[in-house]
Design a protein around this ligand. Structure first.
Ligand code: C2E
Ligand code: MG
Ligand code: MG
Ligand code: MG
Length: 275
């Protein structure tokens, strides 16, 4: 149950596990209803070029509009969705939502940016994953270059032939692949050699206090250097302050995402602010 999403694992094994398991009974029931009743919405957060400030991509982040609780964040239900397999329909919903958005922008003649989607390792490791994605692109008549996938290190832990094949097929479709939460997974650096990736997104825990007296500065600097040598794009997540931005600019970190440039927001707000 905890093979995915290192960070979420702590929730599953938290001391309040007993409490959580009775809670999760209701949560699971509600989550099944939510899928039937279409209670999910996508919020979007800009990713920008760190030197020009120009928006380069929009990350789609799921929210659950619970009839009683209001907006529930993914941290509250993605782990359970992964345990119960409900992540499969939820993931499908999100990819459709994103394709519909791209079509809407295309039809409105809006200057497009690619949309970045988080892919749970369970979905990514399905043998039919790239075929499903191809069918979706065909159906919506969208070019793959408008899609980016964020996967975690845990998705690449097994250096198996079919994972390489999936990545190659996605790349052939023009879809860019980023490692999300880079630095927090369990895998070695080995996968950086064997897989064709476009970039890494340094986890926001490494960005906190980066210009202060923390170990984060040397670690982040090293991650940025390594990415540059490997010709990978490097994105810093969770940039909240100007100090953090200045530090990252100095290190030539290509791209930035975080509250400093924009919090995740509804599509209306996003279009209003960034287009
Ligand atoms: P993530 O993909 O690493 O997304 C970044 C998270 O950091 C988002 O939380 C975002 O709101 C938050 N964030 C962005 N900038 C800042 C900042 O400057 N400061 C702080 N403190 N936080 C910032 P969110 O939306 O709650 O999503 C949490 C995680 O849930 C995501 O982490 C992702 O792993 C997962 N998730 C979200 N949407 C989906 C989805 O559609 N499918 C799957 N499988 N997972 C999703
Ligand atoms: Mg992400
Ligand atoms: Mg993540
Ligand atoms: Mg992340």
């Amino acid at each position: 149950r905890s093979k995915d999403q290192g960070r979420n694992m702590y929730q599953v094994y938290s001391p309040s596990m007993k409490v959580r398991s009775s809670q999760s009974f209701y949560l699971e029931r509600d989550l099944r209803k939510a899928i039937m009743n279409n209670e999910f919405i996508a919020h979007f957060q800009p990713r920008v070029n760190s030197s020009t400030g120009k928006i380069v991509s929009a990350e789609a982040l799921i929210r659950w509009n619970h009839p009683k609780l209001g907006l529930v964040s993914p941290g509250e239900f993605i782990p359970l969705a992964e345990e119960t397999g409900l992540i499969i329909p939820i993931g499908k919903w999100m990819k459709k939502r994103v394709c519909e958005q791209l079509v809407a922008w295309q039809e409105a003649g809006i200057r497009l940016v690619p949309i970045s989607v988080n892919i749970s390792s369970q979905r990514f490791l399905e043998k039919s994953f790239s075929n499903q994605v191809r069918e979706l692109l065909d159906y919506y008549q969208i070019e793959g270059k408008w899609l980016e996938f964020e996967i975690t290190e845990n998705s690449l832990m097994r250096n198996e032939e079919y994972i390489i094949q999936t990545l190659n097929e996605l790349k052939d479709l023009g879809i860019k692949i980023y490692i999300d939460d880079f630095g927090t997974g369990y895998s070695s650096f080995n996968y950086l050699k064997s897989f064709r990736l476009n970039g890494i997104k340094i986890d926001r825990s490494f960005i906190r206090n980066i210009s202060g007296e923390s170990e984060n500065a040397p670690i982040t600097t090293a991650m940025i250097k390594m990415a540059q040598h490997l010709k990978l794009e490097v994105v810093a997540e969770g940039v909240e302050t100007v100090e953090e931005l200045l530090f990252l600019q100095e290190q030539n970190c290509h791209q930035i995402q975080g509250f400093l440039f924009g919090k995740p927001c509804s599509i209306d707000e996003f279009e209003h602010k960034f287009f």
